[in-house]
Structure formats: structure tokens, C-alpha cells
Design a protein around this ligand. Structure first.
Ligand SMILES: [Zn+2]
Length: 253
């Protein structure tokens, strides 16, 4: 069912939330646009202007590593200032109320953690852009450290402990999906009786797989997105509207 208007959608969503025992939210870029985080894939987005750097090129070339870090630092004005939006706060409320065990996200902006969901309960399919890791020994490095080293040497630093390359903790094109996160996401998906897909066009793999998995497992499926998605036909409820507006009534104060 596609909600005829936002008010009807909110009322129906309230009923579904009340009836559900375990809600698993799955979020994409749309939940963070009101926070000033650009949707990289959208027309005019960063990825349509700058071809993303594939993982093998990052590994193969110092210049590509420099470029990757230059781009990351150029985006810092968006990421450093971003605060959780109404959608994040509503999901954190469901989490605190014990209705949602956590959240599965395609986003790399750390805003679910900032909204109060424990880091362990934020399942990040594409990693996290707010810190870096050594690809050799998995040591975590803060962006400020990378920036300082880059500034003084003029090139992207390698790990002082193992000489491995240091990369933002995101999953690049051509890089393997994080196995633990994928397993956890699957586990959560199978545990829920309400799957809530928010702000994702549900096209990019594996985004489309989880809602279908939930549905096949007997859960209800709600899709909240500004535009139509690939899975609207199989959803129990589709709300096409502004995510912050639709979810703000569910923020517990
Ligand atoms: Zn290392």
C-alpha cells in the first residue's frame, strides 16, 4: 500500500510500530541529507563529478592515496559539522525503548552513533568515514593524525607500526564487503517482524537483499523514501515523503 498522503502514512506507521516486537531499521543517504551530508550517488553528487577511486588503484599508487585523502579532507566541512537529523533521533528513540536492537546502515557518517545508538549496535555495511584504519594491521587512526602527517610530509602516511597503507574506514569500490557486518545485518534482518527501509533507493547491492530477506521471513516491510524504489510493489506500506517530517512524531522527548 502506498500511503495517499503523509498524515495517513504516519498514522499507519504508528500502528505498525505498536504491533511490532522487533523493528530493524535500514538506512541510506536520504536520512542524512537534512544533516548536510551530500548524497554521493545523486545526480550532481560528488560521485558524479569525481569518479570514485577503486580499491586496487588506492593500493597501487601513492598519488591515488594522496588524492583520496585530499578529497576526504575537502569533505570535512560537511562531516565535522553534521548533527543527527529527525530521522536519526526517531530511530534512537525506538532503540532506547527496546523496540529496535540497532540499525543497519549504508551510511558512513557516524550519525546513528551520534544520535545515541551504541557503536556496537550500528551495523555499517559501507564502513565509517570519520576515522581511518591501517589496511595491514587494522590499527585505528584518527583523521586529525592523518591530516597532520599529510600536512608535514606532503603525502598520505603509511602505518608507523607495519608500513601498511592507511585508508578511511569506508568500503571502497572493489573492496570486499565487511563480513562481520554482513552477517550481523542478516541476523538482525531475520530476527525482526518489522523491517523499516529509510532513505535508500534499494538498488545498490546488498541494499535490496535485506528487505526481501525480511519479507520472505514473514516480517512486514515499510519503505520510507522521497522517490519510488525498486521494492515498492512488495512493501506493506510505502511512504513517499520527507524523512524528517515523517519520523519526527516518533522522537521521544
Ligand atoms: Zn599497520
Amino acid at each position: 500500500m502506498i500511503a495517499p498522503d503523509v498524515e495517513t502514512g504516519i498514522a499507519r506507521l504508528r500502528d505498525l510500530f505498536e504491533a511490532a516486537s522487533v523493528i530493524v531499521p535500514f538506512t541510506g543517504a536520504g536520512i542524512s541529507t537534512e544533516c548536510g551530508i551530500p548524497d554521493f550517488r545523486s545526480p550532481g553528487g560528488i560521485w558524479t563529478k569525481n569518479r570514485p577511486i577503486p580499491f586496487d588503484e588506492f593500493l597501487a599508487s601513492q598519488e591515488m592515496r594522496n588524492e583520496a585523502w585530499r578529497r576526504r579532507f575537502a569533505m570535512e566541512e560537511h562531516f565535522a559539522k553534521a548533527r543527527p537529523g529527525r530521522g536519526h533521533l526517531a530511530l534512537a528513540s525506538l532503540y532506547r525503548a527496546g523496540k529496535a536492537p540497532g540499525v543497519v546502515t549504508q551510511n558512513i557518517d557516524n550519525l546513528h552513533q551520534s544520535s545515541g545508538i551504541a557503536a556496537d549496535d550500528v551495523v555499517e555495511l559501507h564502513g565509517n568515514s570519520t576515522y581511518a584504519v591501517c589496511l595491514g594491521c587494522a590499527t585505528r587512526y584518527e583523521l586529525s593524525w592523518v591530516k597532520e602527517r599529510f600536512g608535514s610530509s606532503g603525502k598520505a602516511p603509511d602505518c608507523p607500526a607495519c608500513d601498511g597503507h592507511i585508508k578511511s574506514a569506508t568500503v571502497s569500490f572493489g573492496q570486499a564487503m565487511p563480513e562481520a557486518a554482513m552477517l550481523r545485518a542478516e541476523e538482525m534482518t531475520r530476527s525482526c517482524d518489522l523491517f523499516l527501509a529509510i532513505g535508500s533507493s534499494l538498488v545498490v547491492w546488498p541494499a535490496a537483499g535485506f528487505p526481501l530477506m525480511a519479507k520472505r521471513n514473514g516480517a512486514r516491510l515499510v519503505i520510507l523514501n522521497r522517490e519510488a524504489t525498486e521494492l515498492d510493489d512488495v512493501a506493506d506500506l510505502v511512504i513517499r515523503g520527507d524523512i524528517g517530517t515523517v519520523l519526527s512524531p516518533f522522537i521521544a522527548h
